[in-house]
Ligand binder design. Sequence first.
Ligand code: SAJ
Length: 425
Amino acid sequence: MSFKTISVVGLGYIGLPTAAVLASRKQKVVGVDVNQHAISTINKGEIHIIEPDLDIAVRSAVSQGYLRATDKPEPADAFMIAVPTPFIERQDGGHTADLSFIEAAVKTIAPVLSKGNLVVLESTSPVGATEKMAGWLAEARPDLTFPQTHGEQSDIRVAHCPERVLPGHVMRELIENDRVIGGMTPACSMRACELYKIFVQGECIATTARTAEMAKLTENSFRDVNIAFANELSTICHELDINVWELIKLANLHPRVNILQPGAGVGGHCIAVDPWFIVDACPEQARLIRTAREVNDGKPGWVLEQIKVKLEQFHQANPNATRSDVTVACMGIAFKPDIDDLRESPALGIAQKAAELGCQLQVVEPNIEALPQELKYANTQLVSLEEALAQADIFCVLVKHKPFLTIKEKLQSKNAVIDAVGLLE
Ligand code: SAJ
């Protein structure tokens, strides 16, 4: 059975590309969002986020009439929920998933649901969230039946299909990646597979909703643990006067070793968040996962200490200079290379703390046009690469953006460089 209309709830970094890809397969897609700016931008055929090739896909989907955005939910055959699932930091230091965006999305679509509909949760979620979502839907629509009470006979099919695309490569990965489809019943999985097969060239593999939830958290925790290992090696190597980049390259020559790269910390709204959902569910068992989070969260503080050391060295060499005579250039504030996304960015946090040290702070971030609110200090300026090279005394490379590779040699000739990401290697 085909889908006449598909509704995508949440038109952000995952929802909008998914809506555009479905529309490119000549599906009628209605995107729902609470952000009026996003809605009007999309309806003009433009985009409000940066993601390679997304602009072309949205422009063509909107101009051909396959994609439309609105703030009012409309009846559809399938609803895909792609809203944020951040965590709330509890007073006891723990982290709990904030499912309020999912709950709000569910309340939005509940009135327009009808028998035979499929509801898919795409947002990365703690184990049990899909069942919770189905519970909220059932509460809102007692006239319909759901899988938790009616199994294969339910009016509404419910599944979890976690997004797994890498920001910066979303348009390709959406199509090529395999998908884990966790239906609340096998019939739910089957219906969700039909939906994803419209655009996924990878395999659609059916499992339970809980396993699908845990699979997504496991993938991101695996990466977090591996990066934590690299970050720990970087601080060990600093103490032992060893080049960590060379070390990792050598160790990775072993056929069964594959260590990721150290950096300024782990950012973004996925890898720095999702492992906490496992820790929250099983605090006694998730010791390694928690430690990895702590190691990675500690890395920005370590980089800041290196800036303080360079500042100290500057003052020793220039005893008459005041703190405001020193210019520090923070190169990159996005959460990872070649994107504009500053959410949960360790580099942004480092730049903020560096500004508070009282020096002149120059921020080089080729992917943004204005400084974010967090960096609106009198002593902080967004500058070009060339300006920073000409004016800064201390350079701190926080993100390996492609344009920075072009000034590798010029940077190598400077004597105060902190290279948190191995740009100079
Ligand atoms: N990082 C390092 N060293 C590395 C790789 C990354 O320090 O060797 C840092 C990055 O600079 C960044 C953070 O880790 O601050 C996360 O970046 P990332 O590229 O590892 O991952 P994300 O958050 O952009 O996307 C991840 C992906 N998950 C995996 O690769 C297992 C993606 O496939 C998921 O869809 C996405 O999370 C998500 O939405 O959950």
